[in-house]
Design a protein around this ligand. Sequence first.
Ligand SMILES: *Cc1c(COP(=O)(O)O)cnc(C)c1O
Length: 473
Amino acid sequence: MTSTEFRKAAHELVDWMADYMDNVGDYPVKPNIKPGDIKIQLPTSAPEQGEGFQSIFSDFNNIILPGITHWQHPQFAAYFPSGTSGSSVLAEMLSSAIGAQCMIWLTSPSAEELEERMMEWLRDMLGLPKEFTGVIQDSSSSSTLVALLTAREALNNYSINKNGFEGRGKFRIYTSEQAHSSVDKGVKIAGFGIENLVKIAVDENFALKAEALEAAIKKDLEAGYIPLCVVSTIGTTSSTAVDPIRSIGKICKKYKCWHHIDASYSGAALLIPSMRWMSDGVELADSFVFNPHKWMLTNFDCSAYFVRDKKALTDTFSILPEYLKTPHDHLVNNYRDWSIPLGRRFRALKLWFVIRSYGVAGLRKIIEEHIGIGQWLKKEIEGEEDFEILAPVPVNLICFRYRPIGITDEDVLNNLNTTLLEGLNQTGKILLTQTKLDNKYTLRYVSGNSNTSLEEVKRSWDMITDFARKIKI
Ligand SMILES: *Cc1c(COP(=O)(O)O)cnc(C)c1O
């Protein structure tokens, strides 16, 4: 593609993107298609000859777009949101155009130094301890794996285990029954053995019970295990439950365990000082992750990982082959030594664009609004006799179900709510997802989408109540 062709096509695409941002609410939130419907429209082999932009773009519109789930649709209330914004998209465009590989300082000094500064900004924006140093990872899952690997290395005095870890099976990792599956995945990948992941019971608010954690650690110590790491959560995926961070931190100090905090989604709410009750005790933690790519208007992927002992982290991941040595290695952060991949995208640029264009106050205001909208919906649900809230709502995820008066059979209620969720999603006008809380089929509504508003949530609530009350029981 020549630069002339690029210029013309890019202008056309920018117009398309701006229109998409304006009109995303006009698409079905979720496409009404079957598995294989898209693939069958794609040629079975790659084209031998190059094709023009118009032909590719027209297939994008005709084949690809109809198979897209529109995460930025204002009625997308499923999972956790995948944030975006004009500023973030612009930065991604620039970073693609530059095409830089940011594995070490020398391969892109600005990327490295901007990342250092952005992580300091974020750390301070969230009220995290000054001693924390940050690095951008691709996802929370990777960040949690990195924390587990670092915990093991740190406990064993860094890099002395060149022949592998003796008695590897003896390590124990602790997390709550409500923790994200990325903890299980990290434990599997790290080779601890899934049997050594101890799931601690939760209280009536779905938060980890600190006494149960301590009891489990004591029992394991008596049995000869080595308690290695506790992964706590600020904002679980099912219900945004908040584990008791300070009590867990104290237990970790007492038993010399690594304390990793997974604040993937709710971490963004720490921008608001009055929400920092959730992170009370964070100064006792060893590492912390949150995803600006969820609730902070920054395109996927961008996961902010913070660690107290930077040396433990780099001792775990550093490599220095001859072809990567540079004269400045002792002066700079070579981020290849801070995570699993060698190659790295220029992700700090979008954070810089987003934080500067909204300002901290602007971001805080948006998140406050999203929380306010969530609290509005919670009150609304509480006000209806035939609906019930199934978990506390610390931020803006509402867990609820339909429970018509007089119906108490749990199986009937589970089936009814499955019908409600599937029926609503089938309309293409709204998208919710489900979870199970105390064995109850639970609908989740998240008001953290970059395009949400009180008006949209009111519309959602009308659709939900209308649909529910028309179901024949
Ligand atoms: C979303 C989420 C994750 C996984 O995040 P990825 O960045 O997709 O790996 C982990 N933990 C919690 C609590 C989450 O909400």
